[in-house]
Design a protein. Structure first.
Length: 209
């Protein structure tokens, strides 16, 4: 594609509806929270919808970039801090919650957002979940429940449904899956929400934890 393709104005060859959508996104403030780093998740991954919903929520809450801290562990959500404008910490596998707790305790004025998948949060990091809840540190934890280890190509995770065929269970997963909401209820979390990545406009309206 030559440079002349975009001559004569901004995106002249795009149809008017798409051009209007681009202008609307630029004017919405959503891009104020997104960095120039682009995610490299698989096509159709629900993480894109979650990311859009999160940017919408941050925009509506008018949270300043310098007041935002995004903390992650390892997995498909591991690079999440790179995709947002604010402070970030890419931790080690399963240790995002204790790191985030320390950040919030050190500076209570920060909005601390923790992200992680079902393996990071309920597998190797599962022992940190009850303690973060019982301490009731004021942070928001978003658990991306894939029901599978997607980054490492399809092994069973703590939330894989029973009987599902996976890379580690070719004859079907023999284990009962963990239920993150029931776990949170049993630990008496102050707020729990459950959304669907395919409906980002509804997802953004889940109240903050």
């Amino acid at each position: 594609m030559s440079d002349s393709t975009f001559s004569g104005g901004e995106y002249p060859l795009l149809d008017s509806e798409l051009r209007h959508d681009l202008e609307r996104v630029a004017d919405s403030g959503l891009l104020d929270y997104r960095s120039e780093a682009l995610p490299t998740w698989c096509p159709g991954c629900g993480y894109y919808g979650i990311t859009h919903a999160l940017a919408q929520a941050l925009t509506e809450l008018s949270i300043e970039n310098h007041d935002l801290v995004v903390i992650s562990g390892i997995g498909c959500a591991g690079r999440y801090p790179f995709f947002f404008r604010g402070y970030g910490f890419h931790g080690v596998h399963g240790r995002a919650l204790p790191i985030a707790s320390g950040v919030k305790i050190a500076n209570p004025d920060l909005h601390v957002l923790v992200v992680g998948g079902d393996g990071d949060g309920l597998g190797i990091g599962g022992g940190h979940l009850p303690h973060a809840i019982r301490r009731n540190v004021d942070l928001t934890y978003i658990l991306f429940d894939n029901g599978i280890y997607g980054l490492t190509k399809g092994q069973s995770s703590p939330t894989t449904p029973s009987g599902q065929i996976t890379g580690t269970h070719p004859y079907g997963n023999p284990d009962e899956p963990l239920d993150p909401i029931l776990l949170g209820l049993s630990y008496r979390a102050s707020f729990l929400g459950h959304g669907y990545a395919g409906e980002p406009d509804r997802l953004k309206d889940i109240p903050p934890g």
